[in-house]
Design a protein around this ligand. Structure first.
Ligand SMILES: [Zn+2]
Length: 94
């Protein structure tokens, strides 16, 4: 674990502001949830993935390798036959 050289003061309510550079780097946005862990005197924040990694949807999520993917994207990734309704029969050449 290394310091990123950015210090922030804790306000009267115990809040700190995560630097924008850090939020961008880690993909942390307003409304995201962070898990808080303590190791001795060290506080660790871990982003809880609550959005689809592909489309940012927050509904119908499934976990896969510690990432969240929505059912729509799972369907698209499964291929056109799995996501699309049965195709119309091919038309005969004229
Ligand atoms: Zn998605």
């Amino acid at each position: 674990m290394k310091s990123i050289g950015m210090a922030r003061k804790v306000d009267d309510l115990g809040r700190i502001v995560l630097p924008i550079e850090l939020r961008r780097q880690l993909g942390i946005r307003a409304g995201d949830e962070l898990d808080i862990a303590v190791d001795g005197s060290t506080v660790l924040l871990h982003k809880i993935e609550s959005r689809c990694v592909f489309c940012d949807s927050m509904t119908d999520l499934r976990g896969y390798r510690e990432k969240q993917i929505c059912n729509d994207c799972v369907g698209e990734l499964s291929g056109p036959s799995a996501a699309a309704p049965a195709a119309a029969p091919p038309t005969a050449p004229l």
